[in-house]
Write a new protein. Sequence first.
Length: 254
Amino acid sequence: MGDSMKRFGLIIANPGEVGEPNYCEGVNKDARNYLEFLCSPAGGAWEKSDIQLLEKPNSLDVRVAMIQAKQADYAFIVFAGHGYYSAVTRSTMLRLRPGVEFDSANLRQGAPKQTVVLDCCRKIESPQQIVKRAALSFTESVSKRMNAQNCRKHFDREIGNCSSALVVIHSCAINQTAGDDSERGGYYSFNLLEGANDWALGLSASSSYNFSWSVAEAHDKAATNVSRLSGGRQTPEIEKPRSAPYFPLAVGAW
């Protein structure tokens, strides 16, 4: 499909109110990390014009963005912030801003091919502590070695090889909390993007081969790390088709 494929990225962030006990500075870091990763060659060389960042939006802002998502061939949607699981709606509710909640089920109704990442609590509890690691950087040697245009084309080809489907990733199970680190971001998002970055850094440059790491593979590694580091208190989950191929999260091309 090449460059004719239409992408749509949506990053929704709500760290809470400064000065409140549940304010999460890490959410702001998550938003920057996702934006930087997607625009890097390894992330598929998205253009900034492909991506919308909504910080503490109202419901209308999100609904308008989802109308745009429906017009895309592939959409990558992220929510980072506060949320909880509703036994009434049987879905994860997102807190967009003070007094404004949004049913995450509405984020599923977008592009024919779509990935949704929900990095938020699914109940109200105190987050557990997880070992800190170094901050992420997607502009290191891997990005300099790769060809951004070829990465973008390869990312589009990989999407084209996938069937129309929906992948939804939860940073924790129902009745669990999602941890936050003010310096590095949400525990799950940090591990997801760190894993993708490590995968890309481990590739060997080749003019003959292109590489792809799927959202399912990336999730499995992140889920294992988060569960281990939290002592089983945070267990990420994924909803995906029963058979591959799955949408790419990271690619490598030269």
